[in-house]
Design a protein. Structure first.
Length: 364
């Protein structure tokens, strides 16, 4: 069964990205190296001008190395790294070498092309790298120190946590990514998911794949993977963000896209919705009843469809009269997707039931 994820009611608390935590820890380490001691807390400036203060969960200064940790607080967002300890070790680097980054325990390494970080580099995204470099440079310059440092970021348990993310599909091996463009985690924000969709398409293009499948949930993903024997890199975890997939592919095309999902989600796409979440778009049961009319359904069946409360109930009605409603919906979803892409990509739509059985398809 493919379900929506609902956020709790009431005002939600924002938190800090992994990159912001790493930046604060890196600043604390650099201060300790130049002053000979750690402060109990450290303040950084985010790109929007906000200045959060972070408490250190650990600190150690010996052998010319400084190590500091910060417990990530993602606020009320269901972030997989909420509560994880972000540990940064800073040590003087080779003269003239500038600032270099290393992946410690629990931080992944890029193994496939197509991402913003080159293959072989630690999975520390450009924005956190920039923030970390800026705080190190600021501290070093005020103490007349050369800006030559080696920075290692670790996230204990990150290798296990990474299994809950899309890192494996993106070719990020051995752990988590250090992310965060703004430094702030907005609860239940769509941006992180859509970012992962875009990176998945980038990796597919860079590795020469001509066919990818974007699925609304686990059931449809497993079914379309089995249908085409697809490599994991060819699978895009679309969720509710059909628009996020289609708009990006319009400017970064591949030869073929298969959209896979349940009847309800893809009916929304057929009706013109690009966000398929239940809280942000609604099914029009009158339109579904009109589809049944086109297929020759009895008037009683059409009325039942208008009064239905779930898409599945309408599909059951159609199947009881041997009406190919799912195929019609697939064709209309395909048409909407092609309109969004402006004809740049070959589109197929596959509709699966809750058991992963193919019930509707448009692939012409």
């Amino acid at each position: 069964m493919e379900e929506d994820t609902f956020k709790p009611s009431g005002e939600l608390r924002s938190g800090w990205t992994t990159g912001a935590c790493a930046t604060a820890a890196a600043k604390a380490c650099t201060i300790a190296l130049v002053r000979g001691k750690f402060e109990k807390s450290v303040t950084i400036q985010l790109p929007n001008g906000e200045r959060p203060t972070f408490l250190l969960s650990r600190h150690d200064l010996k052998g010319g190395k400084a190590c500091a940790g910060i417990i990530k607080d993602a606020g009320d967002d269901p972030d997989v790294t909420h509560g994880a300890e972000i540990i940064v070790t800073v040590m003087p680097g080779r003269q003239g070498g500038g600032i270099t980054f290393h992946a410690g325990d629990g931080v992944g390494t890029v193994s496939l092309p197509g991402l913003t970080i080159p293959v072989g580099e630690p999975a520390i995204n450009p924005a956190p790298r920039k923030m970390i470099c800026e705080v190190i440079q600021a501290v070093a310059s005020t103490h007349d120190q050369a800006v030559d440092f080696e920075v290692t970021i670790s996230i204990p348990g990150g290798k296990i946590l990474a299994k809950k993310t899309m890192n494996g599909r993106l070719g990020i091996m051995g752990g988590l990514s250090v992310l965060g463009t703004t430094g702030i985690v907005r609860p239940y924000s769509c941006s992180a998911w859509i970012h992962s969709i875009h990176r998945g398409i980038d990796v597919a293009r860079a590795t020469g794949l001509s066919h990818v499948a974007a699925a609304t949930g686990k059931t449809s993903e497993a079914a379309v993977k089995e249908l085409y024997q697809l490599d994991p890199t060819a699978l895009i975890d679309m969720g509710d963000f059909a628009g996020g997939v289609l708009k990006y592919l319009r400017h970064h095309p591949l030869k073929k896209l298969t959209l896979a999902g349940g009847f309800g989600k893809l009916t929304k796409l057929a009706q013109g919705h690009m966000d398929l979440h239940s809280a942000r778009s609604e099914l029009d049961f009158n339109k579904l009843a009109s589809c049944l009319d086109e297929l020759g359904a009895r008037g009683e069946t059409q009325q039942l469809a208008k009064n239905a409360i779930t898409a599945k109930a309408v599909l059951d009605l159609a199947q009881s009269e041997n009406l190919e409603l799912a195929n019609l919906i697939a064709v209309r979803a395909q048409k909407k997707a092609l309109e969004a892409l402006d004809g740049e990509v070959e589109i197929e739509v596959c509709i699966f039931d809750r058991d992963g059985q193919l019930v509707g398809r448009a692939n012409d």
